[in-house]
Design a protein around this ligand. Structure first.
Ligand SMILES: [Zn+2]
Ligand SMILES: [Zn+2]
Ligand SMILES: [Zn+2]
Length: 351
């Protein structure tokens, strides 16, 4: 596994890499010369401040882990993909494209409040016996570093699979948050079957045209998709979101006037699409919302073996009771949350 860390100035990339090296058995892969693309009118001091933060202890003593180019670094990681590697030396979009093609690579972005980054920056200046520039200059420099059209890091951070927000005020806090997060979890690289099918169900939900609630459903047998469905009005009728269903468009509370609703549910559409013939023993229904009562009886009747849902619905208990008496397994699976993860306190990061 290779983790690439990217992010703004003093966001905490090095601290996170250090944690992975000291506590999770990772080794650092570095480029021999850190030739950053130069920002126009950037003072020399700032260049010196960008120099590597790694101490000799964290650096591998082995010259084999120092590379002439990002390509040779990637080649090495490809041949040694069973190892645990970390790098902070990716700063070009074209390079990142090649890294992202590899199944062992995880891009992690790190961000932090500018006030906190400024504090860390001042400390770094003190450590290197340099005079810290005024805050205004730091902010301007920072804006260019992130948003410059040609070299801005935002092109990298935008593509990160995991986004960390490092608002922790001490290393201890950061370490306990990272311990709870387990960045090195292999499932971050490749979704397991539950994640895969639940994501397909969520994708189907995006096609929904129902004004009340978007729901998606996928039927799976022997890890193959039999059919998909989302909720909305039947074919040839006007879409629900174009006023096709008067009941949904009245905006009444959930459950009111259900019998006058023209929208087919995602589960109904998936069952109709598959047909009784193709639904056999072992068929699993993935749905991003727990099925309602009227879908539940149909699910039981066509012979679905298991229902997996991610979000609860207000009739869960009744649905669960029916499925249980019909001999259909029911379980909840919520895919790991993507997007922003706050790194503060060990209690807050249990996704
Ligand atoms: Zn509707
Ligand atoms: Zn409706
Ligand atoms: Zn339903």
């Amino acid at each position: 596994m290779l983790i690439g860390l990217c992010g703004g100035i003093c966001s905490g990339k090095h601290a996170i890499a250090e944690y992975l090296i000291q506590h999770q058995g990772f080794q650092l892969l570095e480029l021999k010369s850190r030739k950053f693309p130069r920002i126009a009118d950037e003072p020399e001091d700032d260049r010196r401040l960008q120099a590597s933060e790694f101490t000799d202890k964290e650096r591998s003593q082995s010259p084999q882990l120092l590379f002439e180019s990002a390509e040779s670094l990637l080649d090495f990681a490809t041949k040694s993909w069973q190892g645990l590697w970390v790098t902070t030396d990716i700063w070009e979009s074209v390079t990142l494209d090649r890294f992202l093609q590899r199944p062992f690579f995880l891009l992690v972005s790190v961000d932090a409040p500018v006030s906190l980054r400024w504090q860390r920056f001042e400390e770094r200046c003190r450590r290197r016996q340099l005079e810290a520039p005024p805050l205004e200059k730091f902010v301007l420099w920072n804006d260019r570093h992130l948003y410059d059209k040609n070299i801005g890091r935002v092109y990298l951070t935008d593509r990160a699979q995991v986004r960390l927000f490092n608002s922790s005020s001490s290393l201890e806090e950061l370490h306990s948050a990272l311990a709870g997060l387990n960045l090195a979890d292999e499932e971050r690289l490749r979704p397991n079957w539950d994640q895969y099918f639940m994501q397909l169900a969520s994708l189907a939900a995006q096609r929904s045209n129902c004004m009340k609630r978007r729901v998606g459903c996928v039927l799976v047998r022997e890890r193959r998709v039999i059919s998909t469905g989302y909720n909305g009005t039947p074919r040839h009728l006007r879409n629900c979101n174009e006023a096709g269903c008067p009941r949904c468009n009245r905006g009444e509370g959930g459950g009111v006037g259900l019998s006058t609703c023209l929208c087919l549910h995602a589960e109904e559409n998936a069952l109709l699409e598959a047909g009784r013939e193709r639904i056999r023993e072992g068929t699993i229904l993935y749905c991003d919302t727990c099925p309602c009562l009227t879908c539940t009886v149909k699910i039981a009747q066509v012979g679905i073996s298991e229902v997996v849902y991610s979000q609860g619905y207000n009739m869960d208990q009744d649905s669960a009771a029916i499925l249980e008496s019909a001999g259909v397994r029911l379980r909840q699976f919520s895919p790991p949350r993507n997007g922003l993860i706050y790194l503060e306190g060990s209690a807050n990061n249990k996704q």
